[in-house]
Ligand binder design. Sequence first.
Ligand code: RFL
Ligand code: PHB
Length: 404
Amino acid sequence: MKRTNGAMRTQVGIVGAGPAGLLLSHLLALRGIDSVVVESRSRAYCEARQRAGVLEDGSVRLLRESGLSGRLDREGLKHGGIYLQFDGERHHLDFRALTGGRTVTVYAQTEIVKDLIAQRLADGGVVHFDVSDTVIDQLTSDRPVLRYTDAGGNKHEITCDVIAGCDGFHGVCRLSIPAGLSTVREREYPYSWLGILADVPPSTDELIYAHHRSGFALHSLRSLAVSRLYLQVDPDEAIDDWPDQRIWDELGCRFDLPGSGWELKQGPVLDKGITPMRSFVSAPMRYGRLFLAGDAAHIVPPTGAKGLNLAMADVDVLAPALEALLKGDERLADSYSAACLGRVWRATHFSWWMTTMLHQTPGADAMEAELQLSQLRYVVSSRAAATSLAENYTGYPARPAATG
Ligand code: RFL
Ligand code: PHB
């Protein structure tokens, strides 16, 4: 950030210090482009917010190629498949065998955010936490402005060349696009996820997605010592009605495999919360000099493990597009939205498909239950169907290997 006669100036003003905003700031810095990130929450809050856990191989490569994978390479857990459980049976899908060697990596979003913040600050990057009253303006000019109030109550205005709206689903940037100029496609699902983080080694080597007549359950993990588990619950459930033992009992019931000897290990609950499920796509992802990336433009239900990966894929496309735009070539900026939306819609469909195949729809009839079970049986018995799941789960389209 530069100061000229008291006025502040940067090339790219970035709203939001989630994975999209922080990674974009880093990718721009690698290209010699100056940015300022403003974030309404504290650094501690951003680093502790429990969210995603699964990275596609393309996301891992992006982090590696941009010098951010030191801890990820040491601590990330490579997974070559998942389990699908239904009808009292647990089936393994072997992604390596189905996709010619592709894998995913379990490495928590909290750790990616910690790594990104540490790297930006070590490189002299500017990230302002605890800001309020964020406003973006003059978006159709070539000098858009970013206004905010800092933690001490002082008001600031930064003149930018471009603004990146990386402020998540509840941010202000998308709302700054005039209503008639964007198209929104949205679906709310009639269930939520109750998620816990537990101080207990995972009871599984790879994630278990379980279809059960009481509702969906997912066994994920954060490390070889910490488990992450989810339960489908009604959207109006209150977390206070779910004491820890009730959660463990319900998880035990939904993952139960009679006669197998398998048991769910229980431990102290470190964090718990309820998240609604929604699909949402706002297009185009550009308005003048405002570019949206990540959850600011699109969200998916977490069943496909796609949200974080989409956020990273967006900024992978946006960084070179902004580099070219700042040199006077707008072609990549013009194609940014379309380039991202192809992947976004594929992930939106996959997430919807996984969600509707695995959850119990309130009020659904026996016909729907049989259709779900038939689809699940098909996925675990047909190589073609299993390959389709594996290809989407590991990331479609695959991120091309780096050249040179
Ligand atoms: P974020 O992470 O929401 O970051 C946006 C940031 O913007 C800030 N902000 C503002 N700052 C300044 N001024 C304002 N007016 C602002 N308004 C908002 C916010 O405080 C925040 O820090 O969006 P980003 O960067 O686009 O990243 C998206 C991901 O966080 C999200 O898609 C994933 O977490 C989704 N997701 C998953 N994705 C995966 O790829 N794999 C998974 O396994 C996975 N599991 C999940 C998930 C999301 C979940 N929840 C809680 C929604 C599991 C769950 C339970
Ligand atoms: C997680 O570990 O938080 C997680 C993993 C897979 C999903 C969703 C969430 O599909």
